[in-house]
Design a protein around this ligand. Structure first.
Ligand SMILES: Cc1ncc(COP(=O)(O)O)c(C=O)c1O
Length: 442
């Protein structure tokens, strides 16, 4: 047992694990995750108040319109280096809208990874199409080889999700998409600011979505956006997210473009949130920089433990750092280490989910999504599963559908990396791993 001798450090603990009655490494909860929130201050307050003072919170007209949504869209597009950005009121709405813009509907299959968020499959199902699961690899994102094996004559597109803050192998996924003439939609909800060799996530496919919900790298509480380089896809998304009709430069609905007279969903964002997002975008490098520094200090420290395999990272410089994933040889070891770490105080307050075995990670895990596993329909006819157009599709969603993901989920733990961790917090996390791994799984 390696015991820290610095009397000022929380690491100076007895060798007895807290789970066996010893003193824990720390007693104060770790900070809650919520990356953008920790850096929110008077600047965001001023931005929201500016809009309220103008009494013009709607994006398309007002008595003293500030143009915050337009400005945010231009600034976010410039940040990514892409032509078009459309802000919306959620990432879920962004997925639904993007798939509508891409023309997804009955008779089509869209391939999604085993590790994602329920909104990804919901967007496909809500349009009458069939989600098809592809396994993940050690990046915890879509495995390009598994993806290719899932393509059928009915496949029209791929949703590649950059999970837990780090980019997927999206270049290889894009190559598969090109080879088979499929659309590629990137879901960057958990990876705003991420990149691969300097190229930002969100610029590798036909379209991409982001979420600005509270637990994201930048946030306005709720919010999202769609980005694309394709003018027609952009205009179709504008129409679908609003009333069904695209708007001209002055914000007026256009009825003389039949190809843009569609059906709307009411996913508009408001000026207040956009004003807040403009501030959060400026702070994004600071937020991800903080998380990245904490995460890579921890990763470096954990390399000395043979029991731990660290997540494969496509490009460390482009990892936004918001989660640390550790994999153990067996499910039993992962559970024991996790229980022991939590007993050592490596937890947030009760509302946080920052240190768990990944099978506990709720609706991120395909077999934890009851409506998917049970093929619950979106209407009385049980669409899309019952639709004649989807008759030939194979629909398998129970545990066992993606065996490598199943094995990774039960052997891996997820630790959120808040954007305000202090050196002392990091020391405590390292000390707790040190203490626990000297006893368990060695
Ligand atoms: C990968 C992923 N996609 C989509 C979403 C949906 O975003 P929102 O919560 O803004 O609807 C989330 C949100 O958690 C997500 O993690």
């Amino acid at each position: 047992m390696k015991v820290e001798t610095d009397p000022n450090s929380a690491k100076a603990e007895s060798a007895t694990l807290a789970i066996h009655g010893g003193a824990p490494v720390r007693t104060e909860p770790l900070p809650l995750e919520f990356p953008g929130i920790h850096h929110m201050d008077e600047e965001e307050v001023e931005a929201a108040v500016r809009v309220l003072r103008s009494r013009s919170p709607f994006r398309y007209y007002g008595i003293d319109l500030q143009g915050e949504v337009d400005a945010f869209e231009s600034e976010f597009a410039a940040f990514l280096g892409i032509s078009y950005c459309l802000a919306l009121n959620s990432g879920t709405g962004a997925l639904h809208t993007a798939l509508s813009a891409l023309g997804v509907g009955p008779g089509q299959e869209v391939i999604v990874p085993a590790y994602m968020w329920v909104s990804v499959v919901a967007a496909v199902v809500n349009l009458g199409a069939i989600p098809v699961l592809a396994d993940i690899n050690d990046t915890f994102c879509m495995d390009p080889a598994a993806l290719e094996a899932k393509i059928t004559p009915r496949t029209t597109g791929i949703i590649c999700v950059h999970m837990s803050g780090a980019p997927a192998e999206v270049e290889a996924v894009a190559a598969v998409a090109r080879k088979h003439k499929l659309f590629l939609l990137e879901d960057c909800a958990q990876c705003a600011g991420g990149s691969i060799r300097g190229r930002k996530v969100g610029t590798f496919g036909d379209m991409a979505i982001f979420s600005f919900q509270m637990n994201k790298n930048m946030t306005s509480g709720e919010g999202g956006c769609i980005v694309t380089s394709d003018e027609m896809l952009f205009n179709r998304a504008v129409a679908c997210h609003d009333t069904g009709y695209a708007r001209d430069a002055s914000g007026r609905a256009m009825f003389d473009r039949p190809e843009l007279c569609l059906w709307g969903r009411g996913y508009r964002i408001d000026e207040m949130r956009a004003a807040i997002l403009r501030v959060q975008l400026r702070k994004l490098p600071r937020v991800t920089g903080h998380m990245h520094a904490s995460k890579y200090r921890l990763r470096e420290a954990l390399k000395r433990f043979p029991q731990i395999t660290l997540r494969k990272i496509v490009d460390e410089a482009g990892d936004t750092g918001c989660f640390l994933l550790t994999t153990f040889p067996t499910a039993r070891v992962a559970q024991e280490v996790n229980r022991a770490l939590r007993a050592e105080g490596i937890v947030t307050s009760a509302q946080g989910v920052n240190d768990i075995v990944m099978t506990e990670w709720g609706l991120h895990i395909y077999f934890n999504i009851p409506s998917l596993v049970h093929k619950t329909g979106i209407d009385r006819a049980n669409s899309p599963w019952s639709l004649a157009e989807n008759r030939e599709s194979r629909t398998e969603y129970g545990k066992g559908t993606c065996p490598y993901a199943d094995s990774l989920f039960e052997r891996s733990c997820l630790l959120a990396i808040p954007s305000c961790l202090t050196r002392r917090d990091e020391d405590d996390i390292i000390a707790a791993f040190d203490k626990v791994l000297s006893v368990i799984g060695s």
